[in-house]
Structures are given as C-alpha cells and as structure tokens.
Design a protein around this ligand. Structure first.
Ligand code: SAM
Length: 240
C-alpha cells in the first residue's frame, strides 16, 4: 500500500526534518509514501504574498487568511478524481492517539493545513474533514503537530517498520504499555539482564513479557488498564 501526503504551510523547510531522517526517509526511498510540501504563499493573491491579517473583534493577534487555503483547495484538491482527506491540526480537535493514527493510515491521500498565530480563519473548517489535536497544550504552529501525526501513522503502513511484530508490541497497540528491553552487555555496571531472557525458552519469555507489560500498565497508566478488556490468556498471566 502506498499513501500520498501533502502539507500546506508557510514554513516548508521545517519538513526537511521529517523527510530526511531514519525510517521515514527510507519509506520515501522505498516509495511507500510520497510527501509533498506546498508553500501557502504560492496560493496568495496579492503581490506581497500575505497569508495573515489582524483578527476581527479587536485585541487579537494575526489570523491566517481563508483565501490561500481555498485557492489551494480549488486548484489542487478539486482537480483530483477522488477527494483527499483534509486534516487541520488544532488544539480544539479530537485528541490524537494510536487508534486515530491507525484510521488515518488507511486513507489513500491526506492533506494537512498548518496554522500559525491565532489560528486559521474559522471559515476554512468548512473544507476540513477532521480537526486533530496532539494534546491539551498549545504550540506556535501546526507544523510540528503535522509531523507528529505523519510519523505516527506511517509506522502503521506495511513495510515502513522492518518487523510487523515490533509495531504490534509497541505501547498502546493492544491497550498496554510495552515490556522492557535489554541489549549487550549482560551485566552493565552490576545491573543484570533478567535471567529468563537468556534462557532461550520462548514460551516462558513470552509469558514474562506479557506479565511485565500488564504490570507496567497497571502501575504507570491505570487509566489505560481499566479500559483494557483482558483476554483469558492475559488474565492467566496475571493470576498465576
Ligand atoms: N488560538 C488557538 C486556540 O487557542 O485554539 C491556538 C492557535 S496556535 C498558537 C497556532 C496553530 O498551532 C494552530 O492553528 C494549530 O495549527 C497549531 N497547534 C497549536 N497547538 C496545537 C495542538 N495541541 N495540536 C494541534 N495543533 C496545534
């Protein structure tokens, strides 16, 4: 599966960070994803390429003009045979999580509108499919939230992360936190790797990890644990 992602921003250069490192860079090279960055200024109508003006109502900061977003919509989005899914990162949106990332990863084409200043003129929301917040705090622009959302959803695309099981064992995938991880040396400054991980007994290792995952979730994220429906196997791991 291949996904196409377009981003509309006044700071296209910020996305070099997303595109030029690690797993996402490789996913682009493998053509699992195409990420195109559009400069909002290219869709302005005046010679100074203005993208924001003071907000109505006074005592307000600058607000991003609706016009350049609608021009992009008319020229880029309406020219397509199928409509891409438009995401507006905003502190007022649905709070982002793994489930929402999974849903977004199923789309064929996504478009992100990045706001700045006080935000984007409210009338742009009419052409947006989903407002998404990355948490209950406010950043200065939509670029970093957009990168957070893109990086998270791309991990769910087959082939982006080498092993499917590593994504499935990560925190939140099955409503639990991940188990702990160790690498060489076996004894690091007197701290030893749990014996069982060296035993070669895969069944016992699996049970040990499951139990750790359940206990970590209970201790660190009781809010997640109470929402989790335990399988019979998970119940057994906890009780035995
Ligand atoms: N006045 C807006 C409000 O209080 O709802 C905040 C505007 S914020 C300073 C500027 C831009 O940053 C927003 O338009 C949005 O694109 C982005 N942004 C800020 N915080 C965000 C968050 N928690 N999640 C997603 N996007 C966010």
């Amino acid at each position: 599966k291949r996904i196409k992602i377009s981003v509309l921003t006044i700071f296209p250069g910020m996305f070099d960070i997303l595109k030029n490192y690690g797993v996402i860079k490789k996913a682009i090279e493998k053509e699992l994803v195409e990420i195109d960055i559009f400069n909002l200024r290219d869709y302005t109508t005046d010679k100074h390429k203005i993208t924001d003006k003071p907000g109505y109502g006074g005592q307000n900061g600058m607000v991003m003009l609706a016009e350049p977003f609608y021009r992009f919509y008319d020229e880029f989005i309406l020219s397509k045979s199928h409509k891409p899914y438009i995401v507006l990162p905003s502190p007022q949106g649905k709070v982002f999580n793994n489930d929402l990332a999974f849903e977004l990863a199923k789309k064929e084409e996504l478009v992100f509108f990045c706001g700045r200043y006080e935000g984007i003129d409210e009338r742009v929301k009419k052409i947006v499919d989903k407002e998404v917040s990355i948490g209950d705090y406010v950043l200065t622009g939509g670029e970093i939230p957009t990168m957070v959302i893109i990086e998270t959803l791309l991990r769910f695309l087959p082939g982006v992360i080498g092993s499917k099981t590593s994504v499935e064992n990560d925190s939140f995938y099955n409503g639990l936190l991940d188990h702990s991880h160790y690498t060489k040396p076996q004894n690091f400054r007197g701290m030893k790797v749990p014996e069982i991980l060296l035993s070669g007994n895969h069944e016992r290792i699996e049970t040990f990890r499951k139990k750790e995952s359940l206990l970590k979730t209970i201790l660190k994220r009781p809010d997640l644990f109470i929402k989790k429906e335990l399988s019979e196997e998970e119940k057994k791991v906890l009780i035995v």
